[in-house]
Structure formats: C-alpha cells, structure tokens
Write a new protein. Structure first.
Length: 316
C-alpha cells in the first residue's frame, strides 16, 4: 500500500557513539524523503563525531574511528541536512525516544535553528510493539516475509522501516485495537496525522521523555521527586528547580523546552500580578470616592417623632 501524503514524509535512522542523548554523538545519518507523488530521495553520510567511538558501539553498527576520520562533523552538514528535511514530517523506528532527540541535540550544538513545531512524528516501532511487539528484524520478516540483510547499517534499517510501515498499513487496514481503558479504535490508517497520534505513546514534550503531557494536556515532570507534577506547579513550589535542570546533565532540547515554559510562566505570573495591582488601585479609588461623597442632611434622615422625643428629653 502506497502512502497517502499531503507533504513529504522523511524516514531516518542514526548510528551513534552510544545511547546517551545528552553526551553521545552521531556517526552516520540516513534520510529517505518520500514525496506526496511517491518520488524518493536518499541522503546518507558518515559523520565524524570528534570523539572516539566505543568498541561496543562499533561492534553493533560496524562503524569504526578509521571509517569517519575524514568525514565531516555534524556542524558541517547541519544546514544542508535541515534543508533536505525542510518542512517534512519525520518517521523512524524508535525515533520518538531516540533519533528525534539525538538529532535535535546535534542541531542545537551546531547552532542551526531546526524547529519541530507543526510536524507529525510517526514511530513505526510503536505501531509494531502495540500490534505485534517485536524487533525491526522480526518486523521485516513478519510483515514483508523477507530476511533483513545488512541489519544495523543506517540505510538498510531506514529502507526496512519504510517497507514495514507500508506492509503494516495493508495488514492492519480495518483492524481493531483495544487500549488499556477498553476503548476500541481502528488506528492504523493511511494518514500521517492519525499515525502520529497512535505512535506517540507517552505524549512527550521534549522527546527525551523528561517532560510529557498529562491527561489534561499539561506539561508534566516525568522523572525524579516531582514525577507526575505539572511543571508550573513545581515552579510555584520550588523556583530553584528550573535553575537546577538548566545546569544539570539534561539534553539541550529538554533545556530549550523548559526555558520556553519558564518564560511563559513568568510572563503569565507578571500579567496576573499587574491585573491584581490594577484591581487593588481601582478598589482604593472607589472606596475613596464613596468616603468623600457629601452626606445627606441629618434633618432628612430624622423623623418628626425623633425630634419630639429629643425635645421632651432635653427640655428644662
């Protein structure tokens, strides 16, 4: 089944020095851009991470220091890569938890303002794990009935991911899914926005999973002592928590998202304070106005009976 696209959908896979989004680096990128008319363009490059590649990582993806010593660093290709992706939506395998935050980390280090706003994110692994729960190699075998050759090379993986998604759309067309609340839906449809909704399980704000949306749509801390608390509530209770996170070992994109929330929080708080002060001034003016109003003549509020009573009391 071919994809129904309203704008480009970019499948991508990253090979890295490790799995720590904040400290590890990319050693290879591969992007497969699928246009609404079905045209496909591939962008694949080795990247010099400018740090040694650990042996365990090289054993996994087959890329060694010698392979990338003459390759450009990420900063050298960042502008070109951002232009290749352009306004495309993003898709991958386990991309929401790893590839998207890793990519954003590298863009931010390079000083390239690549925005995620308004994009859809289709994580093929989440469709698979919710419907079948297996690995990419098993997914390729299961859905495409073929063995995945050259597994864990970036381009082989990204092409396999593309093939698996198309096969999933065919297999699960009209298939029911029951969530943990017992709600039945038919989520695997040929529509990127619907796939985005189905595959973004944790509703991440920063894609690294440190900040997520809760059921009420509020940005919420997803780790540590404040796990489950809305960030605004944490700021109210412990303002120093913002500085602690900004100085901590968190991904740059997490810090950027946190900064945006902090700026919004301070602005709203300042506006509330200004409105409260304005209301207080108006209340004081009103009270003063009422105090200074001329009083009615005492004679107007004293009855004839009261006057007679006073005369009787004080007459000599």
């Amino acid at each position: 089944m071919e994809l129904k696209l309203k704008r480009p959908l970019v499948f991508f896979d990253l090979e890295t020095t490790g799995i720590n989004v904040a400290s590890d680096r990319i050693v290879e990128v591969s992007f497969l851009k699928v246009m609404p008319n079905g045209e496909e363009t591939v962008y694949t490059k080795k990247v010099n991470p400018e740090v040694p590649i650990p042996a365990e990582s090289s054993f996994f993806h087959g890329i060694y220091d010698e392979d990338v010593k003459d390759a450009p660093n990420f900063k050298a290709i960042a502008v070109e890569l951002a232009a290749f992706i352009a306004d495309g939506d993003l898709a991958g395998y386990n991309s929401n938890k790893f590839d998207v935050p890793m990519l954003m980390e590298e863009f931010l280090r390079s000083g390239v303002d690549f925005s995620l706003e308004g994009r859809a994110f289709v994580d093929v692994q989440n469709i698979f794990h919710q419907m079948e729960q297996r690995t990419l190699k098993a997914a390729y075998k299961f859905y495409c009935n073929e063995n995945l050759e050259n597994a864990h090379t970036a381009e082989a993986d990204v092409r396999a991911t593309y093939a698996v998604l198309k096969a999933q759309l065919t297999k699960y067309e009209g298939a029911a899914f029951e969530d943990r609340h017992g709600t039945v839906s038919y989520p695997v449809v040929n529509d990127v926005a619907a796939l985005h909704e189905f595959t973004n399980l944790s509703k991440p704000v920063d894609f690294a999973g440190r900040i997520v949306y809760n059921e009420d749509g509020l940005e919420t801390i997803n780790f540590g002592k404040h796990k489950g608390k809305p960030i605004i509530e944490v700021f109210e209770q412990e303002p120093s928590y913002y500085a602690w996170m900004q100085n901590g070992d968190f991904p740059l994109y997490t810090k950027k998202v946190l900064e945006n929330i902090w700026i919004r929080y301070k602005k709203e708080k300042s506006e509330h304070k200004t409105k409260t002060a304005a209301h207080s001034i108006e209340d004081k003016k009103l009270a003063k106005k009422e105090f200074n109003q001329p009083k009615e003549e005492a004679s107007q509020s004293i009855s004839l009976d009261m006057l007679k009573g006073l005369q009787d009391k004080f007459k000599k």
